[in-house]
Design a binder for this molecule. Structure first.
Ligand code: BTN
Length: 245
């Protein structure tokens, strides 16, 4: 079971069904687990999404993965979300070369403007639990704005897809651990090249309830989104709506 993927990480724990892989990892005795431990589930009964939303993961329909990370450069840990988004994007492109996947800042991967993957990171002291859901099959309960790998006509072997994802992330994370500035400039370049957000008019719904409408022009050195309306707004967290240009 998961023979290939198990070789891509120091420790992999697989669960047929859990409430949430992020919660499993948060509750675990993490002191006994090595950096880059993977918790993987075939289904979740209470998958967590951003902003208190639910992430649907019906049996066999998606990969639910949570990684335990111990970033050496804690000041730059917020980049891990975009790093995972870049890794998922590269995974989808490797599996379905003509699908043209794009990153929606800060944590989604889209194909044809529909969401194939979402990412949820939680920092706990010096550690980060980095969760990612990747849709394999169309789920009846999922919103119409979702898309799955099966719709792109690509292979759906759970172990093969997970192995590709872990391998993509491992390369970027290893670089981050040895030279964070170098890794970040690469991730920023990947984002700029493959962004669904930059160059779009957006509405940014801010955590406090206010909103900013403008043109998404770039990210800064901290990975914040820069939105130009009358002035340039630096956005560190928001729900982004893409408007038709
Ligand atoms: C989002 O798009 O809102 C983020 C979704 C994150 C879902 C993943 S699935 C694996 C991990 N465990 C969870 O409970 N959530 C994340």
């Amino acid at each position: 079971m998961l023979t290939k993927s198990s070789g891509a990480v120091p420790e992999l724990q697989f669960f047929e069904s859990v409430d949430s892989t992020n919660l499993m990892l948060e509750r675990a005795d993490r002191s006994s687990l090595p950096d880059f431990t993977a918790f993987v589930a075939a289904s979740q009964s209470a998958g967590q999404g951003r902003l208190g939303r639910t992430w649907i993961s019906e049996p066999g329909s998606s990969i639910s993965l949570s990684l335990l990370l111990r970033p050496k450069d804690l000041e730059r840990k917020s980049w891990l979300t975009l790093m995972m988004a870049a890794s998922v994007r590269a995974t989808v492109e490797a599996l379905a070369p003509s699908s043209a996947p794009l990153i929606k800042w800060p944590n989604d991967v889209l194909v044809s403007e529909r969401k194939i993957s979402g990412i949820l990171a939680k920092a706990i002291d010096q550690e980060v639990v980095l969760g990612v859901g990747l849709n394999l099959k169309t789920q009846p309960a999922a919103p119409e704005t979702a898309i799955a790998l099966e719709e792109l006509g690509c292979i759906l072997d759970f172990d093969d897809v997970l192995f590709e994802l872990l391998t993509q992330f491992r390369a970027r994370y290893a670089k981050f651990q040895s030279d964070a500035a170098w890794a970040i400039s690469d991730v920023a370049a990947e984002f700029r090249k493959n962004s669904a957000t930059l160059g779009s008019r957006v509405i940014a719904l801010l955590p406090g309830g206010s909103k900013i409408e403008g043109l998404a022009i770039d990210i800064d050195t901290d990975g914040n989104l820069l939105v130009e309306s009358q002035s340039i707004h630096t956005i560190s967290a928001a729900d982004i709506i893409h408007l038709r240009n």
